[in-house]
Design a protein around this ligand. Structure first.
Ligand code: ADP
Ligand code: MG
Length: 240
């Protein structure tokens, strides 16, 4: 579903991604971890073209992302992305947040989009908050709305960039529970997170990044059993 092949990216002379190669198969859950500044966010954003690359290739569902001829907004509409800071529209109600892209981008009728949005709100346990504004919700609730909004677009894959790192501890579980559920329903997911409990529960593979390189790309059990690189061992010993 996602193929990243020999990707390099520079910010000026700084090499933020260094020969990154990996893939995510349909239905697979891949967790990306590593120290701050190692390039995790940059890597995940290259998948839907939110960051350009300098060399290499990226394909999503057979479509080349780094190609001028590719309709990036169309591709992005099929890939759900959830960020650390929710990024909901503050001036729109929860329901309106869920409806907007469905009608504007997918051309669904208002009624259809609303029904779909409310069903997803129910699924993330927030039906009672449909008419509130994002600012009236807790961080955990806002993030669940953001996930519902992404799912409303019927995505072929979901990208998460540290979806729980801005949340108070008691709210982390309510967001992770929804992500676990999604994983169990075989959603294709690439998840940047330091929540190793989540990784242990549902990841198929774990990628460890260090200084722009994919230092380790291993099956979950191999990664937690015995990480190959010393850097990954040290990282795990600090956060587990
Ligand atoms: P991570 O998500 O692993 O913390 P990032 O992908 O956000 O890492 O950033 C990797 C490196 O690239 C960091 O050193 C960061 O300072 C640098 N960087 C990120 N965005 C930019 C930018 N727009 N311009 C210059 N440097 C950047
Ligand atoms: Mg980051």
């Amino acid at each position: 579903m996602i193929e990243i092949s020999h990707v390099d990216k520079f910010y000026g002379t700084f090499k933020v991604l260094d020969d990154c190669t990996t893939s995510v198969s349909k239905g697979e859950v891949v967790v990306v971890c590593g120290p701050s500044g190692s390039g995790k966010s940059t890597l995940i954003k290259t998948v839907n073209g939110l960051e350009t690359i300098n060399s290499g290739e990226i394909h999503v569902d057979g479509i080349k992302v780094n190609d001028r001829k590719t309709n990036l907004s169309k591709l992005r509409s099929r890939i759900g992305m959830v960020f650390q800071n929710f990024e909901l529209f503050p001036h729109l109600s929860v329901t309106e947040n869920l409806i907007l892209a469905q009608t504007k981008v997918l051309g669904r009728s208002h009624e259809e989009a609303r029904a779909k949005g409310l069903a997803l709100l129910d699924r993330v346990g927030l039906k009672a908050h449909a008419e509130k504004f994002p600012g009236q919700l807790s961080g955990g609730q806002q993030q669940r709305v953001a996930i519902a909004r992404a799912l409303a677009m019927d995505p072929i894959a979901m990208l998460f960039d540290e979806p729980t790192s801005a949340l108070d501890p008691e709210m982390i579980t309510e967001v992770l529970d929804i992500m676990v559920q999604l994983a169990k329903e075989n959603m294709t997911m690439m998840v940047v997170t330091h929540e190793m409990g989540f990784a242990k529960k549902v990841a198929n593979r774990v990628i460890f990044m260090d200084q722009g390189k994919i230092a380790e790309d291993a099956k979950k059990d191999d990664f937690f059993g015995k990480p190959r690189s010393e850097r990954a061992q040290l990282f795990l010993s600090k956060i587990l």
